[in-house]
Structures are given as C-alpha cells and as structure tokens.
Design a protein around this ligand. Structure first.
Ligand code: PLP
Length: 384
C-alpha cells in the first residue's frame, strides 16, 4: 500500500519526481478551464472540471495520496465536502456509524442532521474508553470515525483498539487527521482505511483557500469521485493549484509549526498567569507517551487556560498585536480563538466545562513566525 518512495519533503515539493521536458515550466500552469477539447469519435471519459479530471485537480490528488501512503486520493471543495462524501461512500440508509464524540462541530452536525435524515444512525463513544468501540457495534454498523488530534484539547486518540474492532467486524475506519497533516500522522499506517483532511488547514497553509481531500483505496476514491460528480463537490482548478503550491512547503512549514508549538507550550507551562496548557508534546499531557510513539511532530495547536478565567482571556485577546483573533487554523500566521464562540458555540457552559473546555479557554494556532515573537506578543498581552 505505501507508495512513498521519496522522503516527505521531496514528495511535498514534487509528488513523484520526473524528468522535465526542455522548455517546460518549472511551476505547473493553472488550467483554469471548465472543459477541454474532446477527440471526435472517442468514447473516453470527457475532461470536465466538475469530474475532477482537470490536470490541476489530478496533480494535487496524486501528491496527497503519496504523502498519506494511499493507493489514491481526491480533492473536494471543502473539508466538510470531504467528510460528507467519504461517509456517503461507505454508508447506505439503514446503516450505522460509530463515531468518536471528540469531533469538529461541523462534523457532529453533519452526522446528527444529515446522516440522520438519510436513515443512518450514529452512536458516539468517548475514545478514552476504548472498550466502548466494540460495545457500540451493531448488526447494521458499517463504519467507525475518529478525529485525531482533537480540537481543542489536542487529545491523541489511541488507534489500536479502534483498528482492531474495524478488522474484527469488517468495518471501514475513517480518520480525520487535519490537525496533524500527513507529515505528522498518517492514519493508514495505523489501521485506517480512509484518511480525511481539511486542506483549508495545513495542506494549503496560507489561509487563502477552502478545500478538502480524502485518501484510500482505488475503489473507495472511485466511489467518492462518482458522488462528487453528482453532488457537485469538485475543487475549483485555481484552488487546486493554490493547494498544490502551498503543499510544496508542507514539510518545511510543519517542522516550524512543530517547533513553535513546542516552544509556546513550554513557555506557557511555566507562566504564572496560565493555569493549564494542552499540548501533546508536554510530558504532563494525558496522551504524551502514545502521541510520542505515533506522531512525527506534535503540531502547532496549543490549548491555553488562563488563571484569570474568561475576563483575563478577553483582556489578553484585546491586547494581542501579532497573533490575530480569528477562527480556523494551521496557516503561516498565528491565530487564536475561543472555542466557546467558534467550534463549541451553542453548547451550554456547564457541558462545555465538563468536556474540559471552560469559558476563557483559548485555542492557539502557532504560525511559522519566530517563536520569540509569538511568545513576546502573548507575554505583553498577558500584562505586567
Ligand atoms: C476545519 C475542519 C474541518 C472542516 O473543514 P472546512 O475546510 O472548513 O470545510 C473538518 N475537520 C477538522 C478537524 C477541521 O479542523
């Protein structure tokens, strides 16, 4: 299955390196065309950008498949598009899905509102109780879903018991590893059948594109492609070109995100105004040992709880200069947001707090700036 013949940095830049023809461009051209000239009398598949066979769409998908060590991959118009079509590809009305309960808010709503409407039942399990995976499997169960590392507590879900249950019952295991990127974690190496990523985040990395991708077997990607054509979820060629361009520095950026995440987490852990730090690279994190054994880097996402609570958090946010207060993550610029106003909006405060996300919890996405400057900005914003 693993097709990665070169290192991740080489693959990020080139996909599969090949000798270039004389006078060919080093940077691939954007083929911003909806359609292409068809040979007369041919019954081959037509080239049409909604079909995902525009050269920019094909090129970026090949590169992502190599990075995930998958047979094939496909890009969609958003991360949500990727999650939705991946599930529609493996589930039919009457089927049942077992999902981790620590998942992106949009995914949770997709499962509850849309899969439910299609007659697909979903059972949620707390992934820190691995025995629940097996207990939740029914006759109609067809798939398991995991997101790792999780938002915003940066928990790293133990894949071993999940993969075991998937094998034993012949279930498809889908894993959204957006927070890691394939540089830090490749789900298919840990028993997953399908990797899902919001390419809006680390893959593109420049906060200027909405895109998603899935990777897996040839037959799975064929089915997602079929659904994509019918549900109209293809990525635009220009967006595909931008993601491909962003991916050329993916390995390089991840190295800096990993270093900056670690530096900020260590600084925060020793700061008297910060009560708790959530970062899997810290020895105090509940999943540190497991994370260290499966991740190639701990990433740039850091959860912070201030000693002064929500008031202190608001004061700090208003004083930041370099770090912008904005949702989303994984771009070159550092961003911070409050889950209570973004990913966990609408959840009552006491339920949020019980889930480990009290009011005033800050989710920091460390960019690729100089670590001292990110820390300097956080330090001055804390006051004194
Ligand atoms: C952002 C995100 C998504 C959704 O991606 P979009 O590109 O915004 O549609 C899904 N899963 C995770 C973990 C995310 O962070």
């Amino acid at each position: 299955m693993r097709g990665r013949r070169h290192g991740p940095s080489t693959t990020s830049v080139h996909g599969t390196p090949h000798r270039r023809a004389d006078w060919s461009p080093i940077a691939p051209p954007v083929q911003q065309s909806s359609t292409f000239v068809s040979p007369v009398g041919s019954d081959e598949d037509i080239l049409y950008s909604r079909y995902g066979n525009n050269p920019n769409q094909v090129q970026v998908a090949k590169k992502y498949a190599l990075l995930e060590g998958a047979e094939d991959a496909i890009f969609l118009a958003s991360g949500m598009g990727a999650t939705a079509l991946a599930h529609l590809a493996v589930l039919r009305p009457g089927d049942h899905l077992v999902s981790s309960s620590w998942i992106y808010g949009g995914t949770r709503r997709l499962f509850d509102e849309e899969l439910g409407r299609l007659g697909i039942g979903v059972t949620y399990v707390a992934p820190d109780e691995p025995r629940l995976w097996r207990k939740s499997v029914r006759k109609a169960t067809r798939a398991l879903f995991v997101e790792t590392p999780t938002n915003p507590l940066m928990r790293v879900v133990d894949m071993t018991p999940v993969a075991h249950v998937a094998r034993e019952f012949g279930l498809a295991l889908l894993v959204d590893a957006t927070f890691a990127s394939p540089i830090n974690f490749r789900p298919l190496e840990h028993g997953a059948d399908i990797a899902i990523t919001s390419a809006t985040k680390y893959l593109n990395g420049h906060s200027d594109v909405i895109a998603g991708a899935v990777a897996g077997s040839v037959s799975f990607v064929e089915e997602v492609n079929r659904l994509m054509r019918l549900w109209g979820q293809a990525i635009d060629p220009h967006a595909a070109w931008l993601v491909d361009r962003g991916m050329r520095t993916l390995a390089l950026r991840m190295a800096r995100h990993n270093a900056n995440g670690m530096a900020v987490a260590e600084w925060a852990a020793s700061h008297p105004a910060i009560a708790r730090v959530h970062y899997p690279g810290l020895a105090a994190h509940p999943d540190h040992a497991y994370a260290a054994s499966v991740l190639d880097g701990f990433g740039g996402m850091v959860g912070l709880e201030l000693a002064g609570g929500p008031k202190a958090a608001e004061r700090m946010l208003k004083r930041l200069r370099l770090v912008a207060h904005a949702p989303s993550l994984a771009g070159v610029e550092s961003l911070v947001s409050e889950p209570r106003h973004t990913s966990h909006k609408g959840i009552p405060p006491e339920i949020r707090a019980a889930a480990g996300i009290p009011d005033g919890f800050l989710r920091l996405s460390c960019g690729v700036e100089d670590a001292e400057d990110i820390i300097g900005d956080l330090e001055q914003a804390l006051g004194r």
